[in-house]
Ligand binder design. Structure first.
Ligand code: FAD
Length: 342
């Protein structure tokens, strides 16, 4: 039975693992490695640093579907809606821009629940803290090295991390790229942002009415959300949580600063915007060096095949577009390559 390694347990990798299992059933052994301590990637749901049961979505916030994708990806949406993973957005979104006909969905259990749902359906062997550092071609297989522990061999490898992280891999990958492929990968551009989550005690209630607010004319903060209101859930015993995203411009200007240095700058601006905000119990700050794709691989092919035998394929939102439907497109296009090759 062929052994396939999927690198990355974000939405693209998880969907790919799930679709592979559904298409090829037990004809393939799927293994997923991620360098992080949990699944989700840029759709992560983080826990508060204190031991309370707070959680917050530091990355993706909503799933917005256009009428065209609502039709073509109908099966994915109906599955997630019927299993309760997705719900229509109900909270007030102050200052949000909405295209006519689009529908917004939220995740009561946090964005990572979407990724975990597909992983749970995949039957894949899942390993965290497995940071891939190099790939070597060994006859009909790939030897995959990781930061810690022995290397392993696989019949096919699928890479779903952001493109700059693919290009950093040592070994035979970069030398195998054609000039055109290398140029196309090097042209991919991501925005960068900082995200801060603030976790409050149960006695705190916010006086403002919105679930999320898009802040305009502010060089630092672009977006603030109350987690439970956005996700359509009750705080039930826990206190509320706020998530703040900085503007892309701010992220770019401070990209090389440590998040510890930037956190007080963001908090100062937050308290200027919301002066009545009480002090939180705990705070978590994250720097998204690779946030959303601004320039994707030309013509959005969904994937790039680097070698057919042994198979090495790259995918992810950089090969389509940076949202749920972009990841579905990429996973579907990688699935068709895998079905042909395996
Ligand atoms: C702040 C922010 C807000 C966003 N808002 C939205 C939104 O509202 N709606 C929406 O639809 N989308 C949104 N997005 C975009 C969306 O999150 C992404 O398009 C999607 O999550 C990309 O999934 P992916 O699986 O392609 O990549 P990723 O989620 O980046 O997954 C890649 C995985 O690879 C792992 N990895 C990387 N390098 C290695 C390595 N060397 N070895 C092992 N593992 C490795 C990473 O840990 C990660 O888990 C947002 C993103 C961010 C950051």
């Amino acid at each position: 039975m062929p052994r396939v390694l999927i690198v990355g347990s974000g939405l693209t990798g998880s969907l790919c693992a799930c679709l592979l299992r559904r298409e090829l059933q037990s004809g393939v052994h799927v293994v997923v490695w991620d360098k992080a301590r949990g699944a989700g990637g840029r759709m992560c749901t983080t826990r508060s640093p204190d031991s309370s049961s707070h959680s917050a979505d530091l990355g993706a916030q909503y799933i917005t579907v256009t009428p065209a994708y609502a039709l073509s990806h109908h099966s994915f949406y109906s599955e997630l809606l019927s299993s309760g993973i997705l719900q229509p957005l109900r909270g007030l979104m102050e200052g949000a821009r909405q295209n006519h006909g689009d529908t917004n969905y939220v995740t009561p259990l946090g964005m990572s629940s979407v990724v975990k749902y597909f992983l749970s359906q995949s039957g894949a062997d899942l390993f965290f803290e497995h940071h891939v550092t190099a790939l070597f071609r060994r006859g009909a297989s790939w030897e995959v090295q990781k930061k810690v522990g022995d290397s392993e061999t696989f019949d096919a490898v699928i890479l779903t991390m952001p493109v700059p992280q693919i290009l950093q891999l040592q070994g035979d990958l970069v030398p195998l790229l054609s000039v055109q492929q290398k140029q196309n990968l090097e042209r991919v551009v991501y925005s960068s942002r900082f995200a801060v989550a603030l976790f409050y005690s149960p006695d705190v209630a916010f006086g403002f009415p919105w679930a999320a607010r898009y802040v305009t004319h502010n060089s630092c903060i672009r977006y603030i959300t109350v987690e439970s209101r956005r996700r359509n859930t009750a705080d039930s015993g826990r206190g509320p949580s706020l998530v703040v995203h900085t503007s892309v411009q701010f992220g770019l200007e401070h990209l090389d600063r440590d998040k510890e240095d930037i956190q007080p700058v963001i908090l100062q601006e937050l308290y200027r915007l919301l002066p009545d905000l009480p002090q939180p119990m705990s705070i978590k700050c994250h720097k998204w060096r690779y946030s959303q794709v601004l320039t994707s691989v030309p013509d959005s092919p969904g994937h790039m095949t680097i070698l057919e035998k042994p198979l090495l394929v790259c995918g992810g939102d950089a090969f389509s577009h940076s949202n749920f439907d972009g990841c579905v497109e990429s996973a579907l296009s990688m699935l068709s390559v895998l079905k042909d090759q395996l």
